[in-house]
Design a protein. Structure first.
Length: 274
């Protein structure tokens, strides 16, 4: 389709709750980036350390295999410590966020059914430890959190069953070497097929920067930009994430939603340290 370059959880939001899924549709309730043409290009802002640069580039390359989108690494537009979102793209950040309990977080702003901006945070407090300072864990979490910002949910939510060879799968063994199974470090064909379904249509407006192809101006005139979360709100802190709407197989809250008003919401997908 184009030059292949450089790019949490559950399945559907139903009656206010997510339902689990295995080997089925793993669209995240149909949420998607609005765009007036397909394929489209989504920027991933690089706010990560040099240790993470290669993993960000790998994830961007992996997701760009999709026939409907490209993800490209762009200059970061925020400080990694607070990782503020930028309308029309995804900011990817790494920092020592502290003993928060979470390994990685994807936060996605939506207006109606459209994604308008997102962030990915990678917690070096844990990734600097022996357990998580491995290529497999870094690839898994980077790939998975970026996948959520594209509109994908998990393919499977069990930690101790066989790997599905996709980063959109919970696992205790991302490399697959401990139990002689497939690794979960990259997307698989089912992820690409699901993206093709999610983005099979085009929209009348555009929430993807730089908002090209939108005769009405789209996001450049402010449409699709959710209400701001106050500057005094620490989105690194679970207490600011709103209501927990799903738990993982270990009983940890894994998806949160904060209602911003006017049909706009902030979703937080969490990968907890084990």
């Amino acid at each position: 389709m184009k030059n292949v370059m450089v790019i949490g959880v559950g399945v559907a939001l139903l009656s206010g709750a997510f339902m689990s899924v295995t080997n089925a549709s793993h669209s995240w309730n149909g949420f998607h980036w609005a765009r007036t043409a397909s394929p489209f290009t989504l920027q991933l802002g690089d706010n990560v350390s040099s240790t993470w640069d290669g993993y960000l580039a790998t994830a961007a390359n992996d997701w760009s295999v999709s026939a409907v989108l490209d993800t490209i690494v762009a200059t970061g537009a925020t400080k990694a410590s607070n990782c503020k979102a930028t309308s029309g793209r995804v900011e990817v950040c790494s920092s020592k966020y502290g003993n928060t309990g979470w390994l990685g977080v994807a936060q996605v702003w939506v207006s109606g059914s459209h994604i308008t901006k997102g962030t990915v945070k990678l917690n070096d407090t844990y990734f600097n430890t022996r357990t998580y300072n491995t290529p497999a864990w870094r690839n898994l979490v980077m790939c998975q959190e970026v996948g959520h910002t594209l509109g994908l949910d998990h393919q499977d939510e069990k930690f101790d069953n066989a790997n599905l060879n996709t980063c959109m799968d919970y696992t205790n063994d991302p490399s697959g070497t401990l139990y002689g199974q497939l690794g979960n470090e990259h997307p698989n064909q089912h992820d690409y097929d699901e993206l093709a379904e999610i983005y099979a249509h085009v929209d009348s407006t555009n929430t993807v920067f730089p908002y090209t192809g939108d005769a009405g101006g789209g996001g450049s005139k402010g449409r699709g930009k959710p209400n701001a979360v106050g500057p005094d709100i620490d989105l690194n802190n679970p207490s600011a994430w709103g209501q927990a709407i799903r738990q993982d197989a270990r009983g940890n809250n894994s998806v949160y939603v904060r209602n911003l008003g006017g049909g706009e919401k902030l979703f937080t997908f969490v990968t907890w340290a084990q």
